[in-house]
Design a protein around this ligand. Sequence first.
Ligand code: PMP
Length: 323
Amino acid sequence: IKWTEGRGWHDAQLTPYAPLSIDPANMTLHYAQEIFEGLKAYRRPDGSISLFRPEANAERFQISARRLAMPELPVETFVAACDALVRQDAEWVPPHGGEESLYLRPFMIAAEVGLGVRPANEYLFIVIASPAGAYFPGGVKPVSVWLSDNYVRAVPGGMGFAKTGGNYAASLLAQAEAAEKGCDQVVWLDALEHRWVEEMGGMNLYFVYGNKIVTPELTGSLLAGITRASLLQVARDLGYEPEEGRISTDQWRRDTENGTLTEVFACGTAAVITPVGAVKSAGGEWTQGDGQPGEVTLRLRRALLDIQTGAAEDTHGWTHRVV
Ligand code: PMP
């Protein structure tokens, strides 16, 4: 779908997958006006196909667009575009029963040609799809994390709450550093004090204190995950007391060592939930619990995944039937 000043959104087309032809002076290539989303289509037990909370992705896409000075795409248009692609590619949605899905990647780029630094006057909204296997084919496996002290992902007033490519470009070196330290993932801390836990690379975090479950509050420099928001609700449905709060790295370590912080997990569209098994930082390292996936972590994962795949009843109206 195209957007131009004056005409707004127009010319929706469903076309075979093909390379884009881009002018070398396309403004996206120089000034990074780009935003994206990620969501999955799952096959339900009755063979129908549904998307999980696509309106939430559409709304976050609008929030990202505003931050990047791009035009907002109406929620209905975003969802209709996803629906059209899923219908076209229905045969690529794997059968019910596993955790496989058809992953959708909606994105928007500037389409104007020019080297002036200002918002473009033309944009392109596109959705592509790709089959996605199970994130943990051999069973849920905990990840090890590196608490990044050299790099920050986002600063107050920056773009941390937007899903824009620049945030991911900024994360690559930190992710490489985490790998050098022998860790699977980087964990971001706040930019000012380097002590408040924000999120993991590509996932939000949850801290399990027995019945109380805490996730870092939305400070503006982390992404408001749709899985994170859904888990606040699912955890309450299961009788836990979820809340948003602040967790410092000192508290993370102290509460793990004194046994009150029993489990830590990360959540996002890709893995749904992944347990954190080990933590390393410049100040030391510790094992999370016994290093194995915790009971609460696995219970919440099952509960949310069952809603997403249609194995359990969706009492919140989150699943959007496409076919
Ligand atoms: N944080 C970041 C930086 C992410 O890229 C993602 C994945 N979109 C998330 C958190 C989790 O968000 P969601 O639950 O909407 O996938």
